[in-house]
Ligand binder design. Structure first.
Ligand code: NAD
Length: 513
């Protein structure tokens, strides 16, 4: 991107070379002495410096969010939906610019950057409809002339902690729903992608201001996990913490929020496998495995990390896969010819190298890749996508390495494939490619995949916003986005109404003086 193009992008999104990291609707502020340098993962170019929020700024944000809750929850839900509709319209107008910024700051290729912004738009549309459907059932009472029902009330300010790899979509999944449910949002984005957060907040601020809404409904606090993050998770004014990131981070957050009996949505690491049957359409399987493993440079929570391939087709399939890998163009994520951009930073490259070394030591055979490549653009963040033949039991395979490393292995019987599939600590996304109804149904049955997402003839990577998104085991058990995920952002209340006048105790208990 030329300097001129960057300047145009920055102007359109309200970004400057020097920014402050805290906002609740008005001016940006930050009293922290520390500056985050946002650098392009591809070139190392300094994009902007962001002053981090400190404890005092956090207190100001929380003050705004708690008082905004009182006003926002009183706004009828469909009216809240109308505001979110306007946010969706504003995001549509800025889609191209925001997509470019995601690509520039995070390093995913432009089509994926644009796709991520589309997810924000989609969840806004979804939330608009949801705002008229925050409904509970009417239930039959055991007592005469009584009625029971369930209703859903706003919960309170929601703490959203997000990871670097989806720097805008995860926030939108949470915020669009939280807002229609009547909750303000306090967002702590990843310090690796602060500009994406500032740009999104600027879009929302314009919409909220135009509607005369008070400050505090949408808040951003950019600061260290160890200071601002720790304060958020211990803060009982945030009844729900929705956190996306590594399993290590999730264990810490789960423990701290659990100790105050708060709620969490934990969206943590995956170790996603694709089973390829000998009864599969191999063209579709190949395309899906390829995108799943190489897309986003293997930096999706749903990236395909393991291929479990039927022994009859193993050799042919691997040969075709490696042919595709050889054609992957690694380089500038903003160049339309690039298929794979950089890793987020040099630490991610070290993790890639360490995993390959460990895999070799544990009996793995590198079939393709395994190398850091000469930096095409200046920063040592470009690697070759890698295929390694290895046993599922090797300890490195049991672990999520956030890089384009694909472990491949063989199976003979479907039961063996399922055993290998489930034999990892994580449980996010999974898939089988097969044209056999029996195999597909087995995969989806109680003896099949143990993951939160299980697909048939669709790869592991990428999900539509309409489904509940999340995983089991060390992936954390949270669900966000579609289906009934909205319920996590509300307080459920059971009501019993006596319209007959006579007092009846439940279970027929008699109690009178
Ligand atoms: P990370 O765990 O390093 O950081 C995630 C976020 O947690 C950051 O905002 C960080 O500042 C914050 N954080 C860290 N420690 C904290 C603490 N003690 N208190 C409060 N906040 C704290 O993760 P990352 O490297 O940014 O992202 C990659 C990871 O995220 C991968 O493991 C990936 O699988 C996972 N991820 C999961 C999903 C999902 O939906 N399951 C989606 C995207 C990413």
């Amino acid at each position: 991107m030329t300097t001129q193009e960057k300047n145009r992008l920055f102007k359109a999104l309200g970004l400057k070379p020097r920014l402050a990291g805290a906002n609740c609707g008005g001016e940006w502020f930050a009293s922290g002495a520390d500056l985050i340098e946002s650098r392009s993962p591809a070139t190392g170019e300094l994009l902007a410096k962001v002053a981090q929020a400190d404890v005092k700024d956090y207190a100001r944000i929380m003050q705004a969010a708690t008082s905004a809750f009182v006003a926002w929850r009183a706004v009828p839900a469909p009216r809240r939906g109308e505001i979110v509709r306007q946010v969706g319209v504003a995001l549509r107008e800025k889609k191209e610019m925001l997509g470019r910024l995601v690509s520039l700051e995070m390093g995913k290729i432009l089509t994926e950057g644009l796709g991520e912004v589309q997810e924000m738009i989609d969840i806004c549309d979804y939330a608009v409809g949801q705002s008229r459907c925050l409904c509970g059932p009417t239930l039959q009472s055991e007592r005469p002339m009584h009625r029971m029902m369930e209703q859903w009330q706003p919960l309170g300010p929601i703490g959203v902690i997000s990871a670097f790899n989806f720097p805008v979509a995860v926030w939108a999944w949470n915020s669009a729903l939280a807002w229609v449910c009547g909750d303000p949002v306090v967002w702590k984005p990843s310090s690796k992608a602060p500009l994406c957060a500032i740009a999104c907040q600027n879009v929302v601020n314009e919409v909220f201001r135009a509607n005369g809404l008070p400050e505090g409904i949408s808040c951003v606090v950019i600061g260290r996990g160890a200071t601002v993050g720790e304060r958020m998770i211990a803060d009982s004014r945030l009844p729900l913490i929705s956190a996306t990131g590594s399993t290590r981070m999730g264990k810490r957050i789960g423990a701290v929020v659990g100790a105050r009996l708060g709620r969490t949505i934990l969206e943590l690491g995956g170790n996603n496998a694709l089973i390829i049957s000998d009864k599969a359409d191999l063209t579709g399987a190949l395309a899906s495995a390829f995108f799943g493993a190489v897309g986003t440079a293997g930096q999706r929570c749903t990236s395909t990390r393991r291929l479990i391939i039927h022994e009859k087709i193993y050799a042919t399939f691997i040969a075709k896969l490696v042919t595709n890998y050889k054609k992957v163009r690694v380089g500038d994520p903003l160049d339309p010819k690039t298929l794979m951009g950089p890793l987020i930073d040099e630490d991610a490259v070290k993790a890639y190298e360490a995993a390959i070394k460990a895999a070799r030591q544990q009996g793995g055979k590198v079939l393709y890749g395994g190398k850091v490549i000469e930096p095409p653009l200046g920063r040592r963040t470009f690697v070759l996508p890698t295929v390694i033949e290895i046993d599922n039991g090797a300890s490195i395979v049991q672990h999520e390495t956030f890089a384009p490393i694909l472990y491949v292995m063989k199976y003979r019987k479907l039961d063996d494939a399922l055993r290998l599939h489930n034999d990892v600590p994580q449980g996010l996304s999974s898939a089988i490619f097969t044209d056999s109804v029996a195999e597909a149904e087995t995969f989806l049955s109680w003896k099949g995949s143990d993951c939160g997402i299980a697909n048939v003839n669709v790869g592991t990577s990428g999900a539509e916003i309409g489904g509940a998104f999340g995983g089991e085991k060390e992936t954390g058990g949270g669900r966000e986005s579609g289906s009934d995920s909205w319920k996590a952002y509300m307080r459920r209340q059971t009501n019993t109404v006596n319209w007959g006048g006579e007092i009846h105790l439940a279970q027929g208990v008699e109690f009178s003086a």
